[in-house]
Design a protein around this ligand. Structure first.
Ligand SMILES: *[C@@H]1O[C@H](CO)[C@@H](O)[C@H](O)[C@H]1NC(C)=O
Ligand SMILES: *[C@@H]1O[C@H](CO)[C@@H](O)[C@H](O)[C@H]1NC(C)=O
Ligand SMILES: *[C@@H]1O[C@H](CO)[C@@H](O)[C@H](O)[C@H]1NC(C)=O
Length: 331
């Protein structure tokens, strides 16, 4: 991608007041990954204050040491069953991948993401039984390590855990097949002070539905806003986010903090995936949250991580050819 694009995004990042803070996802499914030290320098030079990882690679974390960048480490779905069934495995994971880095490398680890979108419909329920027990075991391990105040457990979920395509925001509730489980998880997160992490993808709304109004995916306004009982929605991000807010409120968790774990737009691989749209979306989003106004239902700062920092040329294209092109930076 052109440097001008990057420069403009970052200019917005830098004027973004403390109100909302912007992070980036750092994925590593690339055939020629950049050395972690270089990526950390890119993050710092570009004013990115937080980073979300999909694992807890030793070299990555070491490179983040002393940078003061806030870190969310990740546990891949494949590890959930082991961590769900063994306290010892959870303790070992926390010790190796969290405690060591905090204690010896000074890494500012703030969250452990247990699983990555484990309830995605396409996983056919593979992780339904193991996600919550794994979250609980990791929390117990953090407690034992004395890190539970500093490091919070969360679970990045796809917005498909609450059906947003069929309802207005005020109709929001958790997907019927996982509703009880979601309530168990949210209750647990509230108890331990962990946030609800959700990935929101207006691009996918557009990709999946040929009739989706293009302007509604962006932040420049629409001629016909969506009215939800007199509350007007001008972009699908706000509507989607508020669908979650309503789902939480409806189940008694109206004050639950929310993190947008992934948000972004691809630059190639689909008719709507190009540099122009990516620029329009990312800049629009940054400007949208910069004022700290929030959404109609949840005014205030929005905590979000852009997806993604760098293109990943080794990702599966099963979701679509755009999958390798989410980066603000190209390969
Ligand atoms: C984290 O810790 C476990 C030890 O329980 C280890 O198997 C794993 O490879 C470590 N690193 C990552 C990236 O998960
Ligand atoms: C889910 O089920 C479908 C249809 O049975 C199958 O094609 C797909 O491979 C399954 N996916 C997973 C992750 O098990
Ligand atoms: C989850 O547990 C239920 C009930 O015990 C069982 O029927 C189901 O097969 C389990 N699912 C997986 C993916 O292991």
């Amino acid at each position: 991608m052109e440097w001008s694009f990057v420069a403009v995004i970052l200019a917005v990042a830098l004027v973004c007041p403390r109100a909302s803070s912007i992070g980036a996802n750092w994925g590593t499914q690339a055939s020629h990954p950049l050395p972690p030290e270089i990526v950390v320098r890119m993050l710092r030079e570009n004013g990115i204050q937080k980073v979300k990882l999909f694992d807890a690679e030793y070299d990555t974390l070491r490179a983040l040491g002393k940078s003061r960048i806030e870190v969310m480490v990740g546990i891949p779905n494949e590890m959930l069953s082991t961590l769900a069934s063994s306290h010892k495995a959870a303790e070992k994971w926390v010790s190796k991948n969290v405690s060591t880095h905090i204690n010896t490398d000074n890494v500012n680890i703030r969250y452990v993401a247990v699983g990555n979108e484990p309830f995605l419909s396409t996983y056919n329920g593979s992780y339904l039984n193991t996600t919550f027990p794994a979250m609980r075991n990791i929390q117990i391990a953090l407690l034992k390590a004395g890190l539970h105040n500093q490091v919070k457990v969360t679970c990045p979920l796809n917005a498909d855990v609450y059906d947003s395509s069929t309802t207005l925001p005020s109709g929001g509730d958790f997907r019927a097949d996982i509703r009880d489980l979601m309530i168990t998880i949210v209750k647990f997160l509230v108890e331990i002070g962990g946030p609800f992490t959700v990935n929101i993808y207006p691009f996918i709304s557009l990709y999946n539905d040929a009739n989706f109004p293009v302007d509604y995916a962006f932040f420049d306004g629409v001629s016909q806003p969506v009215s939800d009982g007199g509350t007007f929605y001008y972009n699908v991000f706000d509507a989607n986010y508020d669908t979650l807010v309503h789902a939480l409120e409806k189940n008694g968790f109206g004050n639950m903090p929310i993190i947008v774990g992934e948000i972004g737009w691809p630059t190639d691989g689909d008719r709507n995936a190009n540099v122009e749209y990516a620029r329009k979306f990312n800049q629009g989003f940054m400007a949208h949250i910069a004022g700290g106004r929030g959404t109609p239902r949840r005014p205030g700062p929005i905590d979000a991580y852009l997806f993604s920092l760098i293109d990943e040329d080794a990702k599966s294209v099963q979701p679509g050819y755009f999958e390798r092109h989410w980066g603000i930076f190209t390969f």
